[in-house]
Design a protein around this ligand. Sequence first.
Ligand SMILES: [Zn+2]
Length: 232
Amino acid sequence: MYCIKCGVELADSERVCPLCGTRVFHPDLPCGQGEPPYPPDEHPCHEEVSRIGVMFVVSVCMLLPAVISVLCDWRINGHITWSGFAVGGLVLLYILAALPMWFKQPDPVIFVPVDFAAIALFLLYVNYATGGHWYLSFALPVTGAAALLVCAMVTLLKYLPGAALYICGGALILSGGLAVLVEFLLNLTFGLHDTFLWSIYPLAVGVVLGAMLLVIAVSKPLRRSLHRKFFL
Ligand SMILES: [Zn+2]
């Protein structure tokens, strides 16, 4: 018996191809019969243990500079000044990069909103610590709009993987719109200009690329010919 995808020779006992992971299919033979060609894997939790060990080391490595900077700041200034930003940045980095790795299969539908909430909280802290007046009129709406867009995209991609082209096309067009929102809020908050100067360019790029993806998604013959040309 041979793998229908990569052509490797398979034992009759295989249920999936050990090389490419494709499900073994034979129209006449029942699946997973016969003597296995190698002994069963006796260390299935090896990867699990090493992952948790690595995550523990990463956590300690990020905790250490946070503690040191707070101690230095406290000793020099008598209260928290610059170390708040350092600790906030480290916490943010930890939530964005390290937290999902604690889980075997991190679910983006859960972690993406958590990430955006962490970014919004960090920006709130920076705004508060620097005495800024830009959080409510700029940082929060921009973070919220980006969060809505990305959360909707990952949720739709997870539950409707067949519609990936439509989802990515729509997301590209909306991210062009997001650039316009950013410039509008920048002008509103900081009184920069009365008109839109730069956001038209990302909007144009987003609309053109997004429309291209939508056309490819709608037109089946076009999709098929691209598939054949680029092996996508
Ligand atoms: Zn294979």
